[in-house]
Each structure stands twice: as structure tokens, then as C-alpha cells.
Design a protein around this ligand. Structure first.
Ligand SMILES: NC(=O)C1=CN([C@@H]2O[C@H](COP(=O)(O)OP(=O)(O)OC[C@H]3O[C@@H](n4cnc5c(N)ncnc54)[C@H](O)[C@@H]3O)[C@@H](O)[C@H]2O)C=CC1
Ligand code: BAL
Length: 506
């Protein structure tokens, strides 16, 4: 199993030095503060949280653990920031959001390196994240101009119209798997719609967001954007339950999402939830084998499997199952696992020892129910990375579908392969999970793909590809994968409320 289970292990000196040098170049201050009303300030409490480099297991920085009083300050500041933002014209807001995109684009490589260091994702993937951050700010800069009201047909002595107004102050809570990208998914539409924000990043990965603020703080009014680092059950709960926070947007586990929904109910605020998944990828008999393998590798192993939409259940038609599974396992073996700061690396470590242990637990569960490990499920052999949180790409076949390993989110690089022959039975199994976030289909036949896309219960379906997130394409889940959609045009609307005006016409 992964070396993470040996706490005394150390990465090699070469890796440690590379990471220390990157940390010195990229992190302005290794004792992070909260960002409230345009200033870097200390928490009113004294609790700290340590941020670790998942490649070496060594400490990178220390953040402050925000508490109720810090959230209170941030919310008050945000209402002041909202007033200034609300005074700006939509065209002025558009210019500022476009300028944010430009600033981040100019420093793409630094932000990518920072996320590679803090999250452990390989540089090649981190660069994709930052490209998408830029794309999102550009898209929502434009979308700001599209918010329109309506005129409602009425009696002759009445004129009814609706306008869309921002909520005022919204709270946002994000996870660690795409640190700056998840911040952009949340911030860009909220600001474009005219809101001010209090955002709590994940405990594990605040570094790129802090650098983002350093980069853009001269562009935005004080209080418009406030960052409170801290633990979920404290700072997160406080934000969710705050009576003057009018909406909560949350991305993370389904379990915590359920609690967020209950917490938001106390003050009846609007919510959007982007939660877990157990997404299927279906390989039809007419699929081109090489392309199918490529799509399946991307679907499962992108970001070390730490994607809510990862294609973790691979349904392969019986006519090609043996050949496909072997090719897929060989391709999984060929993934270059290693130091995310090296160009050649295709998969880095997982985020934390907790996530390694969770993945290992599911591999054991798969074996216990009769699953056969086709590849992986063993120790990383590169001793230079001994201190890191690595899990080797793993492929399992033969685990029954109605078992925990086939039903629950693993969030690690573990693929379960299922053989199928009858289409009706396939769709029954595909939909036989509580989640409904995403799915993939590989076939050369358009009727086949359209029919399957219609039959699958999921919010996002990729055909002959996977993991594409261009701004403008709505993303969100069916069933227990969430509520609401992000990154599409409707998202900006979801950060507004409707006001109806009824005029008496004499
Ligand atoms: N949908 C997605 O993109 C993600 C899903 N996950 C899933 O969640 C599992 C656990 O990972 P975690 O990091 O523990 O996820 P989590 O759901 O605990 O954390 C996500 C965010 O929610 C915050 N949070 C935690 N408890 C909270 C509470 N009571 N009130 C308000 N905010 C709270 C955290 O501080 C973090 O910012 C993973 O194994 C994976 O299955 C994790 C990260 C992202
Ligand atoms: N949570 C957004 C993207 C993903 O995890 O796949």
C-alpha cells in the first residue's frame, strides 16, 4: 500500500529541496492571515491550522482558524462592500472581472505551480485549471450584461415588470481538489450578479486563493471579497447559519452538503450544492478501442481520481471486455506517478493521509466482496517519494454492483470494471446508485449515444470524451449529487432574486 501509512518515511533530499525552493518563490507569507474588508487581519481566536505539501508530507504554511467572531466581522464588511459594488454600473463590474482574468492569465504559471505544490496535482493539469479560471472570469464578465427582467401581460390599468437583484452577501465554501478553479466557479458568477462574498476555502489548500487576493485586491472595493480560512464545523457552520448571509454555495461531500442544507434551513436561505458522485462510463461494442481506453483513463485518473465527477464505474460490453480491460490496465500502469512539479509527471499524490487511508479501505472492501485487482493496490516503488501521500492507479474487476465499494464515492484512483451484455440491465445498474452527477459514453453511433444519454440519470454527460468544463456549460447533479448548476449562464441568475413591480396606470 501507499507509503503514507509509514509516518516516519521521508522524501529524498532532491524532492524536498525542489519543493522548498518552489515554496520560497511562490508563497509570499507562510503565516497566512484572514482577508476582511480589504485588509490582512488576525483572527480574534488563537487556533491555527497547518497546511502540508502532499508530495513530501512536510509543512508548507500555517493558516488561522476563523471562528464565529471572524465570520461576523467578514459578513459586516461584506455588506459594506456590497453597497460600493451595487453603486457601480454593470459595465464597470464587467471591466473589473475582465481585468481579474487578465491578471491571472499573466501569472498562469505561478498559480499553476502553487496549486501543484499545495494540492499535489501535476503541473500539466494545474495549468488546465488556471486556463479555466481565466475562462470563467471572462465568461461571467460578459454574462453580467445578460441579466434581464421581464414584462408580464396584465389588465390595462396595470403594468407589471420583474427585475433581477443580487442577494447582497453570499457565503461560499469550497473543497481542496481544484483549489483556485473552485474559487473561480463560485466567485465569478456571484460578483457578476452584483453580490459581495465571504468565502471559506478548504483547510488543506488556501494558498492559491490567498495569492489571487494579493494579485487583485487593488481592483476590487474593500469588503467585496472576504476570505476566512478555518475548519468546516466552525467557520463553515458559522457562515452557513449566519442570518445576514442570504445564500450559500457549497462544494464538497454529500454528507456535509446534507448538513449545510439543514443549517441553511434555519434562516431559510437559498443554497446551491455540488456534491459527490459515482459516475459511470459506458463502452459500447462499436467503440474504437484505443479511443475508449484514452477516455477511460482520463475519466478515472485525472486529478488522481479526486474529482466529484470521476468515471469510477466502467461498464464494458462483453464483446470487448477482456481485451479492453487488459489495455486499460496496461495504460493505468503506464501513468507516470511522481513529483507534480516535474513536467513528465501525469499523476501526483492524494491530498492527505486521511484520503489515502480512505482509498486503501475501499480497495480492501473490493477484495473482501470478491473483486480481483487487475493492477495497482500496491506500494509506490519510487523511494524518492517515500514521504508523500501516493496511491498507485488501481483497476478492480468482479466486485458485485450492490456493494459499498460499487455504491460509495471513493475519491481516489480506483476503477471498478463491470461487464455488460443486455442494454436494459446495463441502464438499471448504471442508475442504481444514489448519485447522479456525471456519465460518459463511448460509441461511434450517434443514435446509441443519444439513447443512452437520455436513459442515464445524471446532470452531465460526456460523449467520446470526459472532464471538459468550458465556462458556459452548466455543471451539477441529479439525485444526491447536488442542487443547482454552476458555470453556466443560469448560474448568474441563481445569484439573484426576482423583484416584481406592479404599476397602476391611470
Ligand atoms: N464534490 C466535490 O468536489 C468534493 C467531494 N469531496 C468528497 O468528500 C469526501 C471528504 O472530503 P472532505 O475534504 O472531508 O470534504 P468536506 O465536504 O468535509 O469539505 C469540503 C468543504 O466543506 C467544509 N466543511 C466541512 N464540514 C463543514 C460543515 N459542517 N459546515 C460547513 N462547511 C463544512 C470544509 O472545510 C471544506 O471547505 C471526499 O472523500 C470526497 O468523497 C471532497 C472534496 C470535493
Ligand atoms: N467539483 C467540481 C469538479 C470535480 O470535482 O470534478
Amino acid at each position: 500500500m501507499a507509503p503514507n501509512s509509514q509516518p516516519s518515511a521521508e522524501s529524498s533530499q532532491e524532492v524536498i529541496e525542489r519543493h522548498e525552493q518552489a515554496a520560497q518563490e511562490l508563497i509570499q507569507d507562510r503565516e497566512l492571515q484572514l482577508y476582511i474588508e480589504g485588509e490582512w487581519v488576525d483572527s480574534t481566536g488563537s487556533e491555527l491550522l497547518d497546511i502540508y505539501d502532499p508530495t513530501t508530507g512536510r509543512k508548507l504554511a500555517t493558516a488561522q482558524a476563523g471562528n464565529d467572531a471572524d465570520i461576523e466581522r467578514a459578513v459586516t464588511a461584506a455588506w459594506r462592500g456590497f453597497e460600493t459594488w451595487d453603486d457601480k454600473s454593470v459595465a464597470q463590474r464587467q471591466v473589473i472581472l475582465s481585468e481579474i482574468a487578465k491578471r491571472i492569465e499573466a501569472r498562469q504559471e505561478e498559480f499553476a505551480r502553487l496549486d501543484a505544490l499545495d494540492n499535489g496535482k501535476p503541473l500539466v493539469e494545474a495549468r488546465d485549471d488556471i486556463d479555466l479560471v481565466v475562462d470563467h472570469f471572462r465568461y461571467f464578465a460578459g454574462a453580467a450584461r445578460t441579466l434581464e427582467g421581464t414584462t408580464i401581460p396584465a389588465e390595462n390599468d396595470q403594468h407589471i415588470e420583474t427585475v433581477r437583484e443580487p442577494y447582497g452577501v453570499v457565503g461560499q465554501i469550497i473543497p481542496w481538489n481544484f483549489p483556485l478553479l473552485m474559487a473561480a466557479w463560485k466567485l465569478a458568477p456571484a460578483l457578476a450578479a452584483g453580490n459581495a462574498v465571504v468565502l471559506k476555502p478548504a483547510e488543506e489548500t488556501p494558498l492559491s486563493l490567498v495569492e489571487f487576493i494579493h494579485e487583485i485586491d487593488d481592483l476590487i472595493p474593500d469588503g467585496l471579497l472576504n476570505i476566512v480560512t478555518g475548519y468546516g464545523p466552525e467557520a463553515g457552520t458559522s457562515l452557513v447559519e449566519h442570518p445576514r448571509v442570504r445564500k450559500i454555495a457549497f462544494t464538497g461531500s454529500t454528507e456535509v452538503g446534507r448538513g449545510v442544507m439543514k443549517g441553511a434551513a434555519n434562516t431559510l436561505k437559498d443554497i446551491s450544492l455540488e456534491l459527490g458522485g459515482k459516475s459511470p462510463l459506458i463502452i459500447f461494442p462499436d467503440a474504437a478501442l484505443d479511443r475508449a481506453v484514452e477516455v477511460a483513463i482520463d475519466a478515472m485518473f485525472y486529478n488522481a481520481g479526486e474529482c466529484c465527477c470521476a468515471g469510477t464505474r466502467l461498464f464494458v460490453h462483453e464483446s470487448l471486455c477482456d481485451e479492453f480491460t487488459q489495455k486499460f490496465a496496461d495504460a493505468a500502469d503506464d501513468i507516470v506517478l511522481g513529483d507534480p512539479l516535474l513536467e513528465k509527471t501525469e499523476m501526483g499524490p492524494k491530498i492527505s493521509p486521511r484520503q489515502v487511508q480512505r482509498t486503501e479501505r475501499y480497495i480492501r472492501l473490493a477484495e473482501e466482496v470478491g473483486g480481483r485487482i487487475v493492477t495497482g493496490g500496491k506500494q509506490l516503488e519510487d523511494g524518492r517519494l517515500a514521504g508523500g501521500y501516493f496511491v498507485v492507479p488501481t483497476v478492480v474487476e468482479g466486485a458485485p454492483h450492490r456493494t459499498r465499494v460499487a455504491q460509495e464515492e471513493i475519491f481516489g484512483p480506483v476503477e471498478l470494471v463491470f461487464e455488460w451484455s443486455d442494454y436494459g440491465n446495463l441502464i438499471d445498474r448504471v442508475n442504481d446508485v444514489s448519485f447522479g452527477l456525471a456519465a460518459g459514453i463511448v460509441s461511434e453511433n450517434i443514435s446509441t449515444t443519444r439513447r443512452a444519454a437520455r436513459d442515464i440519470e445524471a446532470g452531465n454527460i460526456w460523449v467520446n470524451q470526459y472532464n471538459e468544463f468550458p465556462a458556459g456549460q452548466p455543471f451539477g447533479g441529479y439525485k444526491q449529487s447536488g442542487i443547482g448548476r454552476e458555470i453556466g449562464k443560469e448560474t448568474i441568475k441563481a445569484y439573484t432574486q426576482t423583484k416584481t413591480l406592479n404599476f397602476k396606470v391611470d
